[in-house]
Design a protein around this ligand. Structure first.
Ligand SMILES: [Zn+2]
Length: 183
């Protein structure tokens, strides 16, 4: 990221808002904002193929990772949406550790995003790199662009994507049963 340019843009933004960019509290704001955007968009430089490359062979049943927290930025307003991702897959040969799934969520959430697209990208990345028998991804999120402004609704938005065997009702049901359980 061109941080000098980001600092200048932030100074411009502060001026347009009507602020005095010289005052104490705002003096370091352009630098902080530039660092922050670099961090919040670092997913662009992450590669899902690389993240999922270090897999291991193991015969198991359904693998479920629930409550993976995430923060993203809505591409319409540049405001955060945040919540939890739940992932289930049925390995055909490869399984990956939880830390890989957390990194995969980082890869797609630390960008300008739409919740629906992020859900789809996660399902596709798992499907294409692990070749499982099936994948399900559920994302629950709250959108600050709807809570701070606009409709001012605090509703949680839930999106899901299914691939392969999760299209079968019983398989999908087993996944949701596992999500409900507190183990
Ligand atoms: Zn928005």
């Amino acid at each position: 990221m061109d941080k000098d340019r980001m600092k200048q843009i932030t100074r411009d933004l502060l001026e347009v808002i009507g602020e005095n960019t010289k005052r104490e509290g705002l003096r370091d704001t352009p630098r902080r904002v530039a660092d922050m955007y670099a961090e919040l968009t670092e997913g662009y430089s992450m590669n899902p193929k690389e993240i999922l490359a270090r897999e291991w062979n193991e015969v198991t049943g359904m693998v479920v990772a629930k409550d993976i927290g995430f923060f993203s930025l809505c591409e319409h307003h540049l405001l955060p949406f945040h919540g939890k991702v739940h992932i289930g897959y049925i390995p055909s040969r490869a399984v990956v550790g939880l830390s890989k799934l957390v990194r995969l969520v980082d890869c797609f959430s630390k960008r300008l995003q739409l919740q629906e697209r992020m859900t789809k990208q996660l399902a596709d990345a798992l499907n294409e790199n692990l070749h499982p028998y099936g994948v399900v991804v559920v994302v629950q999120a709250r959108h600050l662009c709807m809570e701070m402004r606009g409709v001012k609704s605090g509703a949680e938005i839930v999106t899901s994507e299914i691939r392969g065997q999760f299209k079968k009702f019983e398989t999908r049901n087993e996944f949701f049963e596992m999500l409900r359980k507190d183990v």
